[in-house]
Design a binder for this molecule. Structure first.
Ligand code: HEC
Length: 170
């Protein structure tokens, strides 16, 4: 091949890769919120809380981190919706070979006694206890939440927005 042909081939490949990235970005946005029927701001989410719930990224761009044991992840790869579902009702999820159940985390559920689990007398969550669950990994009674629920780190303002969004899930 002549060098100009090689150059052309390299350019074609670069354009192809850039195209794939773009496609991924566009699809990523739709995938993050399949039920979205409105477009309000540039991120496509109605509120910062909704954005965090679906993407684990926030309007301010400050990092939202998830850690699971030794693994640390930056927002974007995995969000609340990945495990608890778009509607917060939870269900079964899968990570590699691992099958798990994520609980219903709608505000009305977790703030009631038992919150939908088998342990029917489990203490109801309050706003502060929800914050502790998300940022410290403890359940309403102070016991460690099991994996794969990550321990999250995010600015207080972002948690407040996220909590406000959980309240809209019912
Ligand atoms: C990788 C999956 C996964 C992700 C991502 C995830 N969770 Fe969870 N979450 C779980 C699992 C599994 C449990 C149950 C743990 C247990 O039973 O000990 C849980 C438990 C909870 C609980 C406690 C519910 C209860 O009944 O005690 C809350 C609250 C919660 N998650 C909120 C969130 C929020 C908010 C986010 C996003 C910031 C999030 N989770 C992201 C898997 C996940």
């Amino acid at each position: 091949m002549s060098s100009s042909k090689i150059r052309r081939a390299v350019i074609m490949i670069a354009v192809g890769i850039a195209g794939l990235f773009l496609l991924n970005l566009i699809q990523g946005n739709d995938y993050a919120n399949p039920y979205r029927t409105y477009t309000i701001d540039a991120s496509g989410f109605k509120s910062n809380g909704e954005r965090i719930y679906f993407t684990a990224t926030s309007d301010s761009g400050k990092p939202i981190l998830a850690s699971m044991g030794m693994m640390n992840m930056r927002g974007g790869t995995m969000s609340c919706a990945t495990c608890h579902g778009a509607n917060g009702k939870g269900g079964s999820g899968r990570m590699m070979m691992w099958q798990f159940e994520a609980p219903d985390i709608r505000y009305s559920t977790i703030t009631s006694v038992g919150h939908g689990s088998n342990e029917s007398d489990e203490k109801p969550y309050t706003d502060d206890l929800i914050k502790r669950a998300v940022t410290k990994g403890l359940d309403s009674e102070g016991k460690a939440l099991e994996q794969p629920m990550p321990v999250w780190q995010m600015p207080d303002e972002d948690f407040a927005d996220l909590l406000a969004y959980l309240k809209t899930l019912g």
